[in-house]
Design a protein around this ligand. Structure first.
Ligand SMILES: [Zn+2]
Length: 198
């Protein structure tokens, strides 16, 4: 369990999504939100201040990759379930938009997004050999609705046969670029493009 200091960062981004499972019929039509994500980081072990610099870790270093990912990949992205037929539409008709599609296992609810974000930030911190770990993440979908996920929760996302984007310390928000789904979609609709894509 983390002890002592806790650092907090907040970032804003615009996004769009739609939910198809039927639990929120109003949300089945694509629509957008201006969301805020607030993360709390804490030292993996109790680190005393050194009496000189007096920092656990420099703020800029701790949040650099995370905010770069939010700004460059998540901001203005379109969140879709991997089962959403729109994914196939974009693959076939607007492949240039693929880097803007954030694909989730099941509906891209705020709960699911919080779980993906927590895993992604954890991957970034491990890759940076940071002394910090993420203890909680809070996504405010609207000024009155927010979801908080604590890192002490059991793993909440389904297991996948490959390493999914949310567990990789790269700028990705989907696994479409190299997935079988893409080649299948291309091959079945346009064999010539499938050959070129290889
Ligand atoms: Zn919504």
């Amino acid at each position: 369990m983390p002890t002592g200091f806790s650092l907090e960062f907040t970032r804003r981004y615009c996004m769009a999504h739609r939910l198809l499972a039927g639990l929120a019929p109003k949300c089945a039509f694509p629509h957008g939100h201006n969301e805020y994500v607030r993360v709390r980081l804490a030292p993996r072990t109790n680190i005393p201040l050194d009496g000189v610099g007096n920092m656990v870790e420099e703020f800029g270093a701790a949040k650099q990759l995370w905010h770069q990912w939010i700004d460059d990949s998540v901001d203005h992205s379109f969140h879709l379930s991997e089962r959403d037929p729109l994914v196939e539409y974009f693959l076939e008709h607007e492949p240039a938009t693929i880097p803007r599609l954030l694909i989730t296992p099941g509906d891209p609810t705020t709960e699911c997004l919080a779980a993906c974000f927590l895993d992604k930030l954890t991957a970034f911190l491990l890759a940076q050999r940071s002394l910090l770990e993420c203890t909680s993440i809070r996504i405010s979908e609207t000024p009155t609705n927010a979801v908080t996920l604590y890192a002490t929760s059991k793993r909440v996302l389904p297991e996948t046969p490959h390493l999914p984007w949310w567990r990789r310390a790269d700028m990705s928000i989907n696994d479409l670029a190299d997935s079988a789904l893409r080649s299948l979609a291309v091959e079945t609709r346009d064999p010539e493009r499938a050959i070129k894509a290889r």
